[in-house]
Design a protein around this ligand. Structure first.
Ligand code: ASP
Length: 400
């Protein structure tokens, strides 16, 4: 898969728009992955919740998962804010764009909108639109209820176990063509963006900003998340990283945590040998709500825009950015460039103009891939951490 990425970069860089001829292969690869997402989430969550069994265990495991998600997202935002305040990438950059069409007229999403997105009046509509949160909530409740039905619930759980096994086998087969898919996605995207020369030209304009985002993402992944992994699970972060590389390369090439979910689960179970119970419970939720990379990106981008416009942000305003960036990342869907749209909420919370988003557009397709990779890395580490803590505190307690 790394070969696919490298070859993709080389071809996209040199042949530019000509590489758009392979775009259909990339789209097909993406669609095949997406095709598996809904049945995978439904069956995993039902089997996962049934595997945890007793409702008290579900509560404790859920608590550990939420604590990990909130804690690491907040750390990511903090790292981003420290770096952007130190590097000051926006100082001296001239604003030359208007409000991009994609965000014009978007009203900021508030806390109540995020709460409302957890349910949907129509489950099938949610599936059609790939609105994952209501599907997760339904599957959690459905799986939980099945475990209370005794004998009547067992065949239904067994059915979903079969569905889950079949989908995971299909993921395994799809991974055989993934190097080709990754190559097509990367080369056509880089080509469509105008190839290497164009990319370098865009990078020159806001290169310091891109550098700030990429270095903050690296610090968070390689120091904070890898450190937590080592401290809490005693796993070797390098080996864990190597075992997760198929998911990370898929995340980089698809720019979608949701489309990558089947591969993330496959790596967690087959390569990192994390207990399927934890994987089935943690990863579908993580792919939707736990986005360290996105949260960090939103805060860096907001402060970059303020710096560019010469607006001095008070400590209070920076705290508001800290909170809204965390919420915006929870509210962002696991699809390409979702973070760019939820950023409206962050900017409006401190009265920053939306014009600033226009400056980020040209390079966002690239930074989106970087932050999606970190989102998936954060989910994978989280899954190992929850599995280890669950074994220690929830299972251990029951054994004594
Ligand atoms: N593309 C990201 C993801 O799927 C979301 C974003 O930050 O735009 O995780």
């Amino acid at each position: 898969m790394l070969g696919g990425i490298f070859l993709g970069i080389i071809c996209g860089w040199n042949f530019g728009k000509k590489m758009e001829v392979v775009a259909w292969i990339g789209e097909m690869f993406l669609d095949v992955l997406k095709m598996l997402v809904i049945p995978l989430i439904v069956s995993s969550m039902i089997v996962g919740i049934a595997g945890l069994g007793d409702i008290r265990k579900v509560g404790k495991t859920g608590g550990i998962t939420l604590a990990y998600f909130c804690g690491t997202t907040a750390l990511a935002v903090m790292v981003g804010m420290i770096m952007v305040n130190l590097i000051q990438p926006g100082v001296g950059v001239e604003l030359t764009t208007g409000v991009p069409e994609r965000v014009a007229g978007k009203v900021s999403t508030g806390l109540t909108d995020i709460m409302k997105s957890f349910v949907s009046p129509n489950l099938f509509e949610a599936m059609v639109k790939m609105d994952i949160l209501p599907i997760i909530v339904f599957s959690l409740l459905f799986g939980g209820t099945l475990t209370t039905l005794g004998e009547s619930g067992k065949p239904v759980i067994a059915f979903f176990e079969g569905v889950n096994l079949a989908i995971m086998k299909m993921v395994h087969l799809i991974m055989l063509i993934s190097p080709l898919g990754v190559f097509a996605l990367i080369s056509s995207k880089l080509g469509a963006a105008g190839g290497g020369d164009m990319f370098v030209a865009e990078l020159m304009k806001i290169g310091k900003y891109a550098l700030t985002v990429v270095s903050a993402l690296l610090v968070h992944s390689a120091i904070i998340l890898a450190g937590l992994l080592y401290l809490l699970t005693k796993r070797n972060p390098w080996i864990f990283f190597k075992n997760t590389s198929e998911a990370l390369t898929t995340a980089f090439s698809t720019a979608s945590s949701s489309a990558t979910l089947p591969v993330t689960m496959e790596c967690a179970i087959e390569e990192n040998r994390i207990s399927p119970k934890a994987v089935q419970f943690v990863l579908p939720i993580g792919a939707t709500v736990n986005m360290d990379g996105t949260a960090m990106y939103e805060s860096v981008a907001a402060i970059f825009i303020a710096q560019m416009m010469g607006i001095e942000l008070s400590m209070m305003e920076q705290t508001i950015i800290f909170m809204t960036a965390t919420l915006a990342a929870i509210g962002a869907a696991g699809i390409p460039e979702a973070g760019l749209v939820t950023m409206v909420m962050v900017l409006q919370s401190v009265g920053l103009p939306l014009e600033g988003i226009g400056m980020l557009l040209s390079i966002d397709w690239f930074l989106d891939r970087c932050r999606t990779t970190v989102n998936v890395w954060g989910d994978s580490v989280g899954c190992a951490v929850v599995a280890a803590l669950e074994e220690k505190y929830v299972e251990g307690e029951n054994a004594t």
